[in-house]
Design a protein around this ligand. Sequence first.
Ligand code: 10D
Ligand code: SF4
Length: 328
Amino acid sequence: MTTSTPSTTLPLTILLAAPRGFCAGVDRAIQIVETALDRYGPPVYVRHEIVHNRFVVQSLEAKGAVFVDELTEVPDGRPVVFSAHGVPKSVPKAADARGLFYLDATCPLVSKVHREAERHYEEGRQIVLIGHAGHPEVIGTMGQLPEGAVVLVETVADVAGLQVRDPDNLAYATQTTLSVDETTEILAALQARFPAIAGPKKEDICYATTNRQAAVKAIAPKVEALLVLGAPNSSNSKRLVEVAKTHGCPAAQLVQRAADIDWSALAGVRMLGITAGASAPEILVEEVIEAARARFDVTVEELRTATENIVFKLPRALLEDRVAAEEV
Ligand code: 10D
Ligand code: SF4
């Protein structure tokens, strides 16, 4: 893609990382809210941001979704959707106790980690979860099991100080949106200290997180600055900034949308990298390109390191018209 702009404007090549932006779990979660709005009419309640992106949240609010922090804020008789990050078992339990109709938009790849943790617990193992304290996915995964069944480590240093019940009866699991490289190091420390620890072949970092990080690694050394479209509470987006910084582009930054960009700081840049976290819609990338076109003679190139064709099915309750309509 090339634009014709006045010859006095300076040239800027934008190098787009691919894959970038929406993953299959985010697509499905947004579709669940949209389908619920179509089917049941507004308001449809959503517990927590459906995905960590203000633009997505505001677009759904405009269609009648109401975002709440806790189930207690959902009135009786209205449907509620649980976010893509997953919820502790106590949440569907509380919904059932109130007779609320709920749709669980937890990404199937997060649910898979939940089931694995349960399996290890049933087989008598304590679980070491690698993840970020306070993140909703970590709260959800830890909340699949009773208190003390899962212990959290965030860093290699945490592994050294970790107290466990029985070093020979352990399993590990990870958050899905971690840095692949950092997690490899933490895992190596865990395996060195607890050689018998059970777990998946590698870790539980999902395909989308892995692919977006690999794509950033490919463009980072080629660009003078890099913009990651994503929210400050988006784990996978923040990891993309870190990966860019450690792989050749110290001038990497997170931006929520075009209006946040300090173009004066990019005045001398001739090669600008752009990517987007798994929760950031492509329209926000297009908006940045348009903003750049207003200031530079822009050429857009894309560097693709993987092709994705994963699509997740909607929950049965939404696919089976009659059942869902009757339940609400
Ligand atoms: O913070 P995060 O990366 O876990 O979530 P975000 O909503 O930004 O992206 C989608 C990822 C999910 C739902 C966790 F797997
Ligand atoms: Fe699912 Fe991965 Fe997307 Fe999270 S980032 S919603 S785990 S596909």
